[in-house]
Design a protein around this ligand. Sequence first.
Ligand code: SF4
Length: 309
Amino acid sequence: MLGLCPGALDAAPTTAYLMLGERCVADCAFCAQARSSEAAADRLSRVAWPPFDAQRVAQAIAEAHARGEIGRACFQVTHGAGSHASARQAVAALAQAADLPICVSIAAHDLEEIEALLAAGAQRVTIALDAATPQVYARTKGGSRERTWALLQAGAGRFPGRLGTHLIAGLGETEEELLNTAQALLRLGLTLGLFAFTPVRGTRLAGAQPPPLESYRRIQAGLWLLKEGLGAIEAWRFEGGRLVDYGATAEALALWLAGGDAFRTAGCPDCNRPYYNERPSGPLYNYPRRLTPDEAEGEIAALLRTLAL
Ligand code: SF4
């Protein structure tokens, strides 16, 4: 998309994802950049991130944005000495070169760090919660989930509409736990991106399984209904943590979900993250593009078959 190297594209990214920093000092069990990861240094999730000159990248992003091909840029910042200062510099340099919304996904410590990134030109700062429950957080990320939650809560109040987070489905939580957390985050006013756990070679969770697709579809549909104000978890029914009823008839659900947008990548506008979660051969956990009418119909029919309506 940026013309920096040749490559085949099945689904074009509509956001420019930019990794900043070296191997992370944190040690998330699912992350290719984790301290103990043995994955290649240029990997994040399933994706390779070849290095390029920053000025050249900023120029290429400005041109791709002017052509209408890129709607946003998102820095994925690994944690380490000086990472906040280099993120601020990179945001400021890109904001000067290109007039497009910029996100920074970073492990911020306090409101001042968030404020500084926003002041440098970021439209939104994203602090990844990733884990839906304290138990999953302790097992996969370590550190203090309470501190991250408290910062998200305080930041949502201080910077309305300018703070986001991510959740990963399939780390051992139930659908009920994930959707409960999602609803609480949305009620704080945070932008919420959803990923399916994907095992990456060289990471601590390399041998673990991704979530069952039908479970991920129920979570995607639930998250979309929450975002659209078409449901609330209090009215839904769960059996053993599995969602079995959205408190609506099959006809209503089919109507609401008809466009298929529920199954597309969730997060900031224009963020489609092609093939972060899946092989290009499929199955697609997050559709990186609009679904065809047949695909949407098929996904909705498959979803309804898994419910107890
Ligand atoms: S939702 Fe997408 S654009 Fe927004 S912070 Fe997350 S990865 Fe970046």
